[in-house]
Ligand binder design. Structure first.
Ligand SMILES: [Cu+2]
Length: 148
């Protein structure tokens, strides 16, 4: 009898071990990969990479990028450019875009090349200060994709 009880205990712990690994599964999912290009010495670019890191992205920083040529390569017009340009999934993501908008992009998967928050607005992730007005995040064609 004692032996049987032990076996039950072992079986129970094996089951809970199994459940532990099953429930841990989604958490251990591969992080989203992001590649961020910026000109040398851009501190707010590094801060923005940190923002993505905190949201669970695996960010590869290319810090000596010739940003102008990266933008040319991905057809990012000057008016829609910022201090850095990232590649995330199949999309080009320009500037200090709050991560929830990127999550929305990856969820909705619209048929666009990418999105941009042009310039370096005060209070956006990686930029100091208080946000003064909703950010207009545009598609690379220039249309509003989201306000945040
Ligand atoms: Cu910046």
């Amino acid at each position: 009898m004692k032996y049987l009880h032990l076996t039950d205990a072992v079986r129970l712990s094996l089951v809970s071990l199994f459940l532990f690994f099953v429930s841990a599964g989604p958490v251990a999912a591969t992080p989203l990969q992001a590649t961020l290009y910026h000109n040398p010495g851009c501190m707010c670019c590094e801060q923005y990479a940190e923002h993505l890191n905190e949201k669970g992205y695996d960010v590869k920083i290319v810090e000596n990028a010739a940003l102008a040529s990266v933008n040319r390569q991905h057809a990012v017009r000057r008016q829609l450019s910022s201090c850095h340009t990232s590649l995330i999934g199949d999309y080009v993501v320009v500037g200090h875009i709050p991560e929830p908008v990127i999550a929305q992009l990856l969820r909705e998967r619209p048929d666009i090349r990418g999105i941009s928050l042009p310039g370096m607005p005060t209070g956006s992730p990686g930029m100091p200060g208080q946000q003064k007005e909703p950010f207009a995040i545009r598609t690379l064609a220039g249309e509003i994709y989201a306000t945040y």
